[in-house]
Design a protein around this ligand. Structure first.
Ligand code: SOE
Length: 388
C-alpha cells in the first residue's frame, strides 16, 4: 500500500508550479512507495493562494507559514518562496520534524546556510535543495562519463548562464515576480540566481572549487521599487564573471548576465580533459556532446580519421532517468527535471540513503557564491573553503 507524503507548499510562484507538477506526476512515472498528497499551500495573498490551490489541487490555503510548518497532517515542507524567507522557514520546519525541500539558492549567505545545515542535521530530517539541472538526463550522463574516467586529466571547465529580461530600465525591482531584482530579498543577483546552478553542476561533475576571482556589474543603477513606488538604488549584480581554480588542478571560467540580448535561459558548460570533452547546452537539452580522443584507446584499432564530436541524443532507456518515460527518440522537458529530482529524493527517503544535493552540499555552492561576491568587492582572489 502506498504511504502518503503530505505536502505543505510555501510560495506559489514559478517554482511553486514546477514543484507542484512534480508531486502530481511522481507516481505516474516512478515506482516509489510514497504518494504525495497536496495538503496546503501558503502565501500572503489568500485570493492568489486560493487560485493556485484550485489549479493544482491543494486541499487548503494558509497565509501564515508557521501554521503549515506546525500542522500535524503535513510531512514535508517545500520552500518555494523568495530567498529571504528560506532561513526562518527551514529552521522551523526542521524543528517541527518535517522533511524540508528548499529552492535554490539555499540561503542569503553562508552564515544562514550553516545554521540551516545544523538544524536539519540535528533534527535528522531528510532534506534537499532543488538544483534541478543535475536531473537533466544529458547532464547526468556528462557526470557518468566523467566518473567512468573517460575525460582523463581535466584542464578546463567553462560555464555560461545568460538571460536578457532586465535590460529595459523601466523594469521595476521588488514585489511579486520581481523580487529577484531586490537585493534585500534575493541576497544577490545573477550570482545566487543563475551562477548557483552553474556552480552546483560544476562541483558535481568536476569537484570542489577552491579559489575564485570575480568581477560584477550593475548596469541599471536605480529602478522603481514595485512596493514603495519610489526610485531606489539597485543592489544586485546584473552580470558576473569569475575565474575559478578546482581542487583537481583544472581552471574554470563562469559567466552570467541578464543583459545578453536574445538569450532567454542559455545555460551551457564544457569540460575539456586529456582524453575527451563534454559539452551541454540547455537550448538543446536532450543532447550531450562528447569528444573521445581515439588514440588513447589501447587494444582497439585506431581510426583517427573518424575522430570527432558525438552528439548523443539522450533518450534511450540506458540514459539517466529515461527508462521511466517514453520510447527511444522521444524527449522529456524542463518540468521533468523537477520530477526526476523529487523521485530521487523520495527513493532516498525510502532507502535511507540521503540524496544529493542536501543542505550540506548546497552550503558548498553558497560558499562559492559568497566568495564570488566578496572577490568582486575586493578585486582579489578569495578562498572558498568548500568541503565536498
Ligand atoms: C530566473 O529567471 C530563473 O527563473 C531562475 O530563478 C531559475 O532558477 C532558473 O532555472 C531559470 O531562471
Amino acid at each position: 500500500m502506498a504511504k502518503e507524503l503530505r505536502i505543505g507548499m510555501i510560495g506559489y510562484g514559478f517554482m511553486g508550479r514546477t514543484h507542484s507538477n512534480a508531486y502530481k506526476r511522481l507516481n505516474d512515472f516512478f515506482p516509489v512507495k510514497h504518494r504525495p498528497v497536496l495538503k496546503a499551500v501558503c502565501a500572503r495573498d489568500p485570493k492568489k493562494a486560493q487560485a493556485f490551490a484550485d489549479i493544482w489541487g491543494y486541499e487548503r490555503v494558509e497565509t501564515d507559514w508557521r501554521k503549515v510548518v506546525n500542522a500535524p497532517d503535513i510531512d514535508l515542507i517545500d520552500i518555494g518562496s523568495p530567498n529571504d524567507t528560506h532561513f526562518e522557514i527551514a529552521i522551523a520546519a526542521a524543528k517541527a520534524g518535517k522533511m524540508v525541500l528548499c529552492e535554490k539558492p539555499l540561503a542569503m549567505d553562508v552564515k544562514q546556510a550553516e545554521l540551516m545545515v545544523k538544524a536539519v542535521e540535528k533534527a535528522k530530517v531528510p532534506n534537499m535543495v532543488w538544483f534541478n539541472y543535475r536531473r537533466v538526463p544529458a547532464i547526468a550522463l556528462a557526470k557518468q562519463i566523467v566518473d567512468e574516467g573517460r575525460i582523463g586529466r581535466p584542464f578546463h571547465y567553462r560555464a555560461t548562464y545568460l538571460q536578457d529580461w532586465t535590460i529595459a530600465e523601466d523594469v521595476p525591482q521588488g514585489g511579486a515576480g520581481l523580487w529577484r531584482l531586490d537585493s534585500k530579498v534575493a541576497g544577490s543577483g545573477v550570482t545566487g540566481d543563475l551562477l548557483a546552478h552553474s556552480i552546483d553542476t560544476a562541483m558535481w561533475i568536476n569537484g570542489a572549487i577552491t579559489r575564485v576571482v570575480a568581477k560584477t556589474e550593475t548596469f541599471v543603477k536605480k529602478r522603481k521599487h514595485q512596493v514603495s513606488g519610489k526610485m531606489e538604488s539597485v543592489g544586485i549584480d546584473d552580470a558576473c564573471m569569475f575565474l575559478a581554480e578546482f581542487a583537481n588542478g583544472s581552471m574554470g571560467t563562469f559567466e552570467s548576465t541578464r543583459y545578453a540580448r536574445g538569450r532567454k535561459n542559455f545555460n551551457t558548460f564544457e569540460l575539456n580533459g586529456a582524453d575527451g570533452s563534454v559539452y551541454f547546452d540547455l537550448e538543446e537539452p536532450e543532447y550531450l556532446q562528447y569528444f573521445e580522443y581515439m588514440q588513447k584507446q589501447s587494444g582497439k584499432k585506431i581510426e583517427s580519421h573518424l575522430t570527432g564530436w558525438r552528439k548523443i541524443h539522450t533518450t534511450n532507456p540506458e540514459h539517466p532517468y529515461m527508462k521511466h518515460y517514453w520510447v527511444p527518440g522521444t524527449c522529456i522537458g524542463y518540468e521533468h527535471t523537477f520530477l526526476n529530482a523529487l523521485a530521487d529524493f523520495v527513493a532516498g527517503v525510502e532507502s535511507g540513503k540521503p540524496v544529493q544535493p542536501d543542505f550540506r552540499n548546497a552550503l558548498q555552492t553558497q560558499k562559492v557564491c559568497d566568495a564570488v561576491i566578496k572577490s568582486a568587492k575586493t578585486s582579489k582572489w578569495v578562498t572558498t573553503g568548500v568541503k565536498l
